[in-house]
Design a protein around this ligand. Structure first.
Ligand code: IYR
Length: 221
C-alpha cells in the first residue's frame, strides 16, 4: 500500500473544569439509556440513521480497515422475513438451547421467543463483521481484529442513536446466519448483532435494574 502523507492532528486542549463538565454531561446522558423492548411504529427519517452510522464508522479499527457493514432495514417485507427467521431461532433457544442458569438471569427481562418489535420498529440495523473483502483492484483484503473493531463501532452507534433521541435494543438471535441470506451479504461477513431502533411505545416499562458501582467494575492503581 502507498504511504499516505502525515497531517497535523486537530486537537484542542480544554481546561480541567470544562473536561469535568463535559464528562459529567456525557455520563448523565449515558445513564438515561435503557434497552427497550416495546417500540412505537412512528417513522424515523433515514438521514438521522445515516448520521449515526457515520458516527459509528469513525471508530478505531485494526489497521483502519473498517471491518464493518451496516444494513439499515425499513422495508416492511424484509422486516417480516427477519422476524419470521429470528423467531424460529429464538424458539429453539428458549425451548432447547438455553441452559436453566441462562434462563434464570434472563427472567427480569421477561423475554421470550416472540419478537414483534422486529416488525413494529421503524428501523432494524444488522451489523456485520467483515472478515475479508475484495478491494477495487480485485485483490482480497483480510481484516485484523474485526470482532474488536465491530464491537467498538457498535458501542459508538448505540451511543449516537441514544444521543439522537432514539431507543435501541441489542438483539442477538443465535445463530444469525439467516441475515446473510435475507440481506444478501457475502459469507466473509458474519452477523454481529441486530439493533432495533425507534421510539419507545407510549407507556413502555423497563426492568428496575441497577448498574455496578465504579468500585466493582474498575481498579485504579
Ligand atoms: N437472544 C434471546 C435471549 C437473550 C439473551 C440475552 I444474554 C439477553 O440479554 C437477552 C435475550 C432473546 O433475544 O430473547
Amino acid at each position: 500500500m502507498d504511504d499516505k502523507p502525515m497531517v497535523p492532528l486537530v486537537f484542542k486542549r480544554r481546561s480541567e473544569e470544562e473536561m469535568r463538565r463535559s464528562s459529567l454531561a456525557y455520563l448523565e446522558a449515558s445513564i438515561s439509556r435503557r434497552s427497550v423492548r416495546t417500540f412505537s411504529s412512528d417513522p424515523v427519517p433515514r438521514d438521522i440513521i445515516e448520521n449515526c452510522i457515520k458516527a459509528a464508522a469513525t471508530s478505531p479499527s485494526g489497521a483502519n480497515l473498517q471491518p464493518w457493514h451496516f444494513v439499515a432495514v425499513s422495508d416492511p417485507a424484509v422486516k417480516a422475513k427477519i422476524r419470521a427467521a429470528g423467531e424460529q431461532e429464538e424458539r429453539a433457544f428458549y425451548e432447547r438451547r438455553a441452559s436453566d442458569a441462562w434462563k434464570e438471569v434472563l427472567r427480569p427481562f421477561r423475554t421470550d421467543a416472540n419478537k414483534p418489535y422486529l416488525e413494529t420498529a421503524p428501523w432494524l440495523i444488522a451489523i456485520f463483521t467483515v472478515n475479508s473483502y475484495v478491494k477495487p483492484d480485485g485483490e482480497k483484503q483480510q481484516t485484523y481484529y474485526p470482532k474488536e473493531s465491530v464491537g467498538i463501532a457498535t458501542g459508538v452507534l448505540i451511543s449516537a442513536l441514544h444521543q439522537a433521541g432514539l431507543a435501541t435494543l441489542t438483539h442477538t438471535p443465535s445463530p444469525m446466519n439467516f441475515l446473510n441470506q435475507l440481506l444478501q451479504r457475502p459469507s466473509a461477513e458474519k452477523p454481529f448483532l441486530l439493533l432495533i431502533v425507534g421510539y419507545p411505545e407510549e407507556g413502555t416499562q423497563v426492568p428496575a435494574i441497577s448498574r455496578k458501582s465504579v468500585a466493582e467494575i474498575a481498579t485504579f492503581v
